[in-house]
Design a binder for this molecule. Structure first.
Ligand SMILES: [Zn+2]
Length: 238
């Protein structure tokens, strides 16, 4: 019976796709029943960094070197203007397609588990929180949705309660690195230190640019007594 119901459901989805095609976010071709958001051809062309396999690791690590100790910094995709990654992140952040964060998290989480057994180096993952005003405006935190997918694939729990952001960070454009640091240093708080104490934490964010926000949270997490902090982001600038 189960199989028939499954076949029926698959048939129904194909039929629905005929009338209401569900296009690939990148090439607009109609997705097959088993595909989610991105068709297989486009998925194979995503600009993966391969950092967790030791490829091009240096750029990411340098953003934190000499500032704060991090166990590792891995980003799933390279971010380029008008490229595939930017279009996916735009859909995730501004077109209410929060589920795509979860799908990308599952894809990357699976690689992190099979390629370098990252699950064995972690106890808990936490998404970088949005400021409450931004969260109200968007209705969801895109980094939490990415963390959710990672959590499913790596089988490591995630929490959206551990960290908080208490003050709006003004536009950071035009500020030098030191200015940015001052701008963000006092707004990132570990709300529930008991959750992170003595744990190996994975800090999850959407895009890694200068690393100032992640650096500030890493400092806060270490002050709260966590054992180590590793960082995974959906994308990174080269
Ligand atoms: Zn496609």
């Amino acid at each position: 019976m189960k199989t028939i119901a499954k076949l029926f459901k698959a048939g129904l989805n194909d039929l629905l796709n005929l009338f209401y095609p569900n296009p690939c976010l990148l090439c607009r071709n109609t997705l097959q029943t088993h595909e989610e958001f991105v068709c297989t051809a486009c998925r194979l062309e995503l600009p993966e960094t391969g950092q967790h396999r030791g490829e091009a690791l240096i750029t990411n690590q340098l953003k934190f070197a000499g500032k704060v100790p991090v166990a590792f910094v891995y980003s799933y995709l390279y971010f380029t203007k008008k490229g595939k990654t930017q279009r996916l992140i735009h859909a995730l952040k501004y077109q209410e397609k929060k589920e795509i964060g979860c799908v990308l998290g599952r894809w990357y989480g699976y690689q992190l588990k099979t390629d370098c057994q990252l699950n064995e180096q972690l106890d808990l993952m936490v998404g970088v929180p949005l400021h409450p005003a931004r969260l109200r405006q968007r209705g969801y935190n895109q980094s939490d949705w990415f963390a959710r997918g990672l959590s499913e694939a790596l089988e490591i729990p995630w929490s959206d309660r551990a960290l908080s952001r208490t003050k709006f960070t003004l536009s950071q454009t035009g500020k030098d690195r030191m200015g940015r640091w001052e701008n963000v240093s006092d707004v990132f708080v570990v709300k529930e230190p008991d959750l992170v104490a003595n744990k190996r934490i994975l800090l999850v964010d959407d895009v890694l640019t200068t690393g100032a926000t992640l650096e500030a949270f890493t400092v806060a997490l270490r002050a709260a007594g966590c054992q180590s902090v590793g960082i995974v982001t959906l994308a990174a600038t080269r």
